[in-house]
Design a protein around this ligand. Structure first.
Ligand code: THU
Length: 138
């Protein structure tokens, strides 16, 4: 798939993050990289736990790193796995995205070699429960 230079950089960062995945139990390594509205990049990898429920996904690691540094608006995220077809974020990660992403935030599903599919957040979670719903907005 054709991607622009900015997305290529985010993809490279997600590939590097995936190499740091801590996945001794599932062996399923995930890397994510997120571009904030100001252009800064944040990466994450999945971090598993011997108490399996303590595992945190790559996407949430990246989002929590950004938010904890004060960045709450995002342009795009790249998620790298070696799944074929490429894996989409899990429902817990989509719920975390619902807190911060706009319907038009781009989610790129990728292998280590390439971005394979690009979706809008609204395509992956068309009926979110998020801050707008709590405020009584649409
Ligand atoms: N995982 C992610 O990092 N992101 C997802 O969206 C789906 C699942 C991780 C969690 C766990 O370490 C491994 O993949 C297998 O579920």
């Amino acid at each position: 798939m054709k991607i622009d230079a900015a997305t290529r950089k985010v993809h490279q960062m997600a590939v590097a993050a995936r190499r740091r995945a801590y996945a001794p139990y599932s062996k399923f390594k995930v890397g994510a990289a997120l571009e904030g509205s100001g252009g800064r990049l944040y990466s994450g990898s999945n971090v598993e736990n011997a108490s399996y429920g303590g595992t945190v996904c790559a996407e949430r690691v990246a989002i929590l790193k950004a938010v904890s540094e004060g960045v709450k608006k995002f342009k795009q995220i790249v998620v790298v796995t070696d799944a074929k077809p490429p894996a989409a974020p899990c429902a817990l990660c989509l719920q975390t995205m619902a807190e911060f992403f706009d319907p038009g935030t781009r989610i790129h599903l990728a292998s280590p070699m390439a971005v394979l599919s690009t979706r809008l957040f609204s395509e992956l979670l068309p009926l979110p429960f998020g801050p707008r719903q709590l405020r009584g907005e649409r």
